[in-house]
Every structure is written in C-alpha cells, then in structure tokens.
Write a protein that binds this ligand. Structure first.
Ligand SMILES: NC(=O)c1ccc[n+]([C@@H]2O[C@H](COP(=O)([O-])OP(=O)(O)OC[C@H]3O[C@@H](n4cnc5c(N)ncnc54)[C@H](OP(=O)(O)O)[C@@H]3O)[C@@H](O)[C@H]2O)c1
Length: 309
C-alpha cells in the first residue's frame, strides 16, 4: 500500500483518534488531516466537507463518507469521475434496530403512559392492545431498513416494506415504486422512515401521505428531517388522526429553541442519535474497501449519483 495518500476532512469530528486509527489500519498509507493548501491525496475520508476541499483536491479517486446518507455530499459540486462510498451498516444496523423497536414497543405497550402514571404513584393496568392491529411499515428496505424489519418481525408485528425496486425480505410484505405507496400506507399503523434523502423522497411524509395511515397511526422518522413536512405532522396529531411520533432528525438541527416539537405531548424527540457512526467499525470497513479497490475488486456502498443514493 506504499504511496497511498489519504486526506481526512470531517466537519464536527475530533480528528486525532480517527487519524490514529486510520494509520494503524493502513500502516503503509500516509494519512493526513486536510487543511487549505494541503498536498494532493488519492482518497479521502469525509463528513460534510467544504466545497474548497473538493475544489483543491482534483486528483481524488474516492470519497469515503463516514455516514450512510450522502445527501450533504451530493449538494457539493463534484467531479463526475469521483467515486463516492457510503458506510454500509458498520455497526449502525443494530443501533437502528434498537432505536426503532424501542420507539414502537414503547408506543404499542403504552410505556409512556405507564411512566407518567408511575410518577403520580398510580398502579393501573391498561387493556392489552392487539398486535395484529399495529402493522409496521418500513419506508426503505436497504441495509438499515432490512435490519430493522428483521428486528421488528422478531416482536411478531406484521411487517410491510417499501422500496424503489422490488426487494424480497423474509417475513416482510414488500411493495415497491411510487404507484404502490398509497396501498402500502393504507395498510400501515406504525410507519418507520429509513429512506435516503433524494429529490424523490424529500417531503414524502406530508399531510396527504401520513393521512393515509390507519387511524391512530404513529410515525418514527430516523432518516432525514427534510423527509417530513413538520407542520403537517402536528396538524394530523392535533386532529386526532395520528397518535404521535418519535423523531430523531429535523429540518433544522439542532432543533431550534421554541420549536413546537420540544413541548408537544405526543412527540418524542432525540438529537439525531438513532445510529451513530462507530469509529473502529468504520475505520475497519474503509480499510477493507480500500484494499479491495487496490486489488481491483468491486465494493459495496458505491453511490449511484443518478439515483441520488
Ligand atoms: N438518524 C441517523 O442517525 C441515521 C443514521 C444512518 C442512516 N440514516 C439514514 O438512513 C438512510 C438509509 O440508509 P441505508 O443504509 O439503509 O440506505 P440504503 O441501503 O441505500 O437503502 C435505501 C432504501 O431506500 C429505498 N429508496 C430510495 N429511494 C426510494 C424511492 N424514491 N422510493 C422508494 N424507495 C426508495 C431503496 O430502494 P432500493 O432497494 O430499490 O434501492 C432502499 O431500499 C440513509 O440514507 C440516511 O439518510 C440516518
């Protein structure tokens, strides 16, 4: 791996442990923190890099994004030949499964209500809900959507999934394509969004689509804030059509002070933490992929720019 030059350019990320880890995993490579005017690199490890980085590094062959979503990268002006590689799973799948199952089970079993009653010192049973009346629909049957579907199926909820192209996932009733979305939504009570943010999926969670969910519908958005028309969600909850939502991602992050989601009694908010990038797993995956590229082998997670993910 002699003479391989790797630039590290990740916004909001403490660089030292990453540089140390990348150097340990790729001992023959030269790994440097990028700064304006830095020498040319062959490949880069990035998160939300500035346009200046791209413009100053025309010799780059690959950008390894240290997240699964590449919407921020695709907003940059990028040379057409530059290969974009996203994380596939790298420890995020199991975290996403935990987060989504926690949100669904908490809602289904009404643990939020029990929490509130316990704080008032009340010992009161609630009538068990019927599992078959809470079908879970997963928008996006990719790396994370499939992992989540498997975990949700483990709790014996009916599971439905929706993707762009046909997908066969054991235990999942699968739908694909825009034309099938209304049918899919009308069969779902608890909806999980795990789509990439693209021109087709932006604003997909709106008054019309969420209005198709079964009465008492519940939304878990763990994808991107821009999938959701936030005021439409509040209107549907306040009108009583939806029972509530658990939201990890927002149009503006951090969620601004005074935003109605903070105080809404039926909305649970977390700070974009459903599936965090795990440094060791990520470095190991990038190192494996770099070696495969050097051997001329294909790798998973190469972004198709035309489809936007
Ligand atoms: N909140 C967090 O902390 C966090 C962490 C990680 C990831 N994420 C988000 O999760 C997203 C999904 O990650 P992933 O690794 O599962 O991505 P992935 O493997 O690329 O899967 C994307 C899925 O969405 C489907 N899809 C894309 N466009 C569609 C469309 N127009 N209509 C219907 N289905 C469509 C794809 O369909 P096909 O199967 O037909 O291609 C695929 O099944 C990421 O893009 C990111 O935004 C959030």
């Amino acid at each position: 791996m002699a003479s391989l030059r790797i630039a590290f350019c990740c916004t909001d990320t403490r660089p030292e442990p990453w540089l140390e880890g990348l150097r340990a995993a790729l001992p023959d490579a030269q790994v440097d923190l990028w700064a304006p005017g830095a020498p040319q690199a062959d490949h880069a490890v990035v998160w939300a890099p500035p346009q200046q980085f791209i413009d100053e590094q025309p010799g780059l062959q690959t950008l390894f994004n240290i997240g699964a979503g590449v919407d921020a990268l695709l907003r940059l002006r990028l040379p057409p030949s530059l290969r974009l590689v996203r994380l596939d799973d790298a420890g995020m799948g199991v975290q996403m499964a935990e987060y989504v199952c926690h949100a669904l089970v908490r809602h289904f079993r009404e643990f939020d209500v029990y929490d509130a009653e316990a704080r008032e010192g009340r010992w009161a049973y609630r009538k068990p809900r019927v599992r078959s009346e809470f079908p879970v629909g997963i928008l996006g049957l990719g790396v994370l959507g499939q992992r989540v579907a498997r975990a949700v199926a483990g709790f014996e909820f009916p599971v439905l999934g929706w993707s762009r192209t046909p997908r066969e996932v054991p235990g999942v009733t699968a739908f694909h394509g825009a034309a099938s979305l209304p049918d899919f939504l009308s069969r779902v009570r608890m909806l999980v969004c795990l789509l990439p943010l693209t021109a087709e999926t932006a604003g997909l969670l709106n008054r019309q689509t969420l209005g198709l969910l079964q009465p008492g519908g519940y939304l878990v958005n763990v994808a991107r804030g821009a999938h959701l028309v936030e005021e439409d969600l509040i209107a549907l909850i306040d009108a009583g059509h939806l029972a509530g939502a658990t939201l990890d991602v927002f149009r503006q992050e951090p969620l601004p002070e005074g935003h109605p989601f903070w105080q809404h009694p039926r909305i649970t908010v977390t700070p974009h933490t459903s599936a965090r990038t795990l440094r060791d797993e990520t470095i190991a995956q990038i190192a494996r992929k770099l070696r495969a590229l050097q051997r001329g082998e294909p790798i998973a997670g190469v972004v198709d720019r035309a489809r936007g993910y």
